[in-house]
Design a protein around this ligand. Structure first.
Ligand SMILES: Nc1ncnc2c1ncn2[C@@H]1O[C@H](COP(=O)(O)OP(=O)(O)O)[C@@H](O)[C@H]1O
Ligand SMILES: CC(=O)OP(=O)(O)O
Ligand SMILES: [Mg+2]
Length: 396
């Protein structure tokens, strides 16, 4: 087989991000793109893609994940890209106890179908993408990379849930997510020579639509804010984050919500969207907060909870040497970083305002003991590396 390109697919609950890498001595990104607003009733799906010839954008009808995948594969085929693809890699949000990327076969797909109830927002859609590609390209190897794998090093004290022990056998525990992003950030810290990624205490903040943090000691994850599902921890675009279980009883008894509507409310109508009543998008809220108290409250709630997680992880690790901001909010919003770090000088966290405003790679002052960094994450390149390692024909 002539191995020359890897396609990566990062299927989210309402989006598919994709990239194509040329395989040479290193992996070179040839193309990136995204399909947005998948499965949103009556909403057009937007396709956008950037390659060396420029940007391509198409407005599509409302589509589910299979329809969006079919469009993507048709587009890649008609543009002559798919014939160069020798292997395909996917992010799978939940892998239970799995620690390594795996090549897809029928047995693995059957096993992963059993994982669906653990991450119903993500895994069914991710599997439907794999199956649709498999029908089309049965001879192209596909590799799955698990978001949970990074967190498998967490000690029991961080994974056990304080409910009756018997539920553990049903798999109820903290798993943690955003692991491909965290693995990339640790790798990047090492590449730039931050020794805390090898021997030290690091807090990684992946603040995007989905938002979480991880505490990493000597390169090993010891705790993370997402738990049994990606709905817990920090408040997010539309997810509540941590919530008092008493709310479930109240809402089921007083408001007549059933399990399905509770799930929908906590995953799709909560977080920034729920509190602001206008938008799940941090940019919209920052623009509106001076004239809209609800937007201001949503932003403040996000920053306050993020600050508390940093304090908690500093306590868990006995201090912190490096703090990393990543994800769409973490990489781009100086204002959010400023508010999160405000008042954390007692931990040695002190931002340099001009570097912070410039989204510089290092945004802390020399007076602070903590190196505060902005590192753009790259889940796609982590997937591509895993594909190159797992598919023997691709190894150079
Ligand atoms: N300049 C910015 N200022 C504030 N928020 C931003 C900025 N750029 C992007 N964001 C926010 O990043 C979030 C999306 O993050 P991203 O990591 O791209 O999402 P996803 O989880 O879908 O991958 C949105 O809330 C968006 O408003
Ligand atoms: C795991 C998770 O929450 O992923 P995303 O942020 O892509 O929704
Ligand atoms: Mg994301």
């Amino acid at each position: 087989m002539i191995a020359n390109r890897i396609l990566t697919i990062n299927g989210g609950s309402s989006s598919i991000k994709f990239a194509v890498f040329d395989i040479g001595k290193t992996l070179t990104r040839a193309l990136v793109g995204k399909l947005d607003r998948i499965g949103c009733d009556g909403t057009q799906v937007k396709f956008s893609c950037q390659d060396s010839s420029g940007k391509h954008e198409v407005d599509l009808a409302a589509l589910d994940h299979v329809g969006a995948t079919e469009f993507l594969m048709d587009w890649l085929t008609s543009n002559g890209i798919i014939k160069g693809v020798s292997a395909i890699g996917h992010r799978i949000v939940h892998g239970m106890q799995r620690t390594q990327p795996e090549i897809v076969n029928s047995d693995l797909l059957n096993e992963l179908r059993r994982v669906c109830p653990y991450a119903p927002e993500h895994v069914p859609a991710e599997l439907s993408i794999i199956e649709s590609i498999r029908n089309r390209l049965p001879n192209v190897p596909q590799v799955v990379c698990f978001d949970t794998a990074f967190h498998r090093t967490m000690p029991r004290v961080a994974t056990v849930m304080a409910i009756p022990r018997r539920y553990e056998s049903a798999g109820i525990q903290r798993y943690g997510f955003h692991g491909l992003s965290y693995a990339y950030l640790v790798r990047e810290l090492r590449r730039i020579g931050d020794s805390a990624a090898t021997t030290g205490r690091v807090i990684l903040a992946h603040l995007g639509n989905g938002a979480s943090m991880a505490a990493v000691v000597d390169g090993i994850c010891i705790d993370t804010s997402m738990g049994f599902t990606p709905a817990s921890g920090l408040p997010m675009g539309t997810r509540s984050g941590d919530i008092d279980p008493g709310v479930f009883r109240y809402l089921t008894q007083q408001e007549g919500l059933d399990a399905g509507s509770l799930h929908r409310m906590l995953n799709h109508e909560s977080g920034l969207q729920g509190v602001s009543e206008t938008s799940s998008d941090m940019r919209d809220l920052l623009a509106a907060e001076s004239s809209d108290q609800r937007a201001a409250e949503a932003v403040n709630l996000f920053c306050y909870q993020a600050k508390k997680f940093i304090g908690g992880y500093a306590a868990a690790m006995g201090g912190v040497d490096t703090l990393v901001f990543s994800g769409g909010v973490g990489e781009n919003s100086a204002e959010i970083r400023r508010r999160i770090c405000d008042g954390l000088a007692f931990l040695g966290i002190d931002l340099n305002p001009s570097e912070n405003l410039a989204n510089a790679a290092l945004i802390s002052t020399t007076e602070g003991h903590v190196a505060v960094r902005v590192v753009p994450t790259d889940e796609e390149v982590m997937i591509a590396h895993s594909v190159a390692e797992r598919v023997p024909a691709l190894q150079t």
